[in-house]
Design a protein around this ligand. Structure first.
Ligand code: 13P
Length: 147
């Protein structure tokens, strides 16, 4: 199997879903370690210490981390977003969460908001790798590039 090109993956989880994220990252450690990992403060630190992966940590989400990752996405510096957000709790930084999801859609970044979608992405050709060369790669569309 041909290895996937290293991608830039952002990993974020709200408090009630952090254990699930750590479990998922542990299960997929061998694939994830090939890629460059980014995370909001608390999520990133937990993945680094509990899973043993190298993660570039931004500020904690409520303190600006979501906005920092959103900025990276707008600069074409993030290829995938795994964001286990909490559908049952109000967040103090809800506007930041919404802005991050909005930019991810706008810049055509593959997003996984639950474990089953994250499983699809992590087992995809783009992240796991094989002989297949996709015709198009995720990222900024031509329409957006021209703006
Ligand atoms: O709040 C978050 C995403 O909106 C996550 O931030 P932390 O990883 O710092 O807890």
């Amino acid at each position: 199997m041909k290895k996937a090109d290293p991608k830039k993956i952002a990993l974020i989880a709200h408090d009630s879903r952090k254990n699930e994220m750590v479990e998922w990252a542990t299960h997929n450690k061998e694939v994830l370690k090939v890629h460059a990992l980014f995370g909001t403060g608390t999520t990133g630190k937990r993945i680094a210490t509990e899973v043993g992966l190298s993660v570039h940590c931004f500020k904690s989400g409520p303190l600006g981390g979501d906005q920092q990752i959103g900025a990276k996405i707008s600069e074409g510096e993030i290829d995938f977003l795994i964001f286990f957000w909490d559908p049952l709790s109000a967040q103090p930084h809800d506007v930041d969460v919404k802005a991050l999801l909005r930019l991810s859609v706008y810049y055509n970044i593959p997003i996984a908001c639950n474990r089953s979608t994250a499983d699809y992405l992590i087992t995809s050709r783009l992240l796991e790798g094989d002989e297949f060369e996709p015709e198009t790669k995720p990222g900024i569309t031509d329409e957006i590039k021209s703006k």
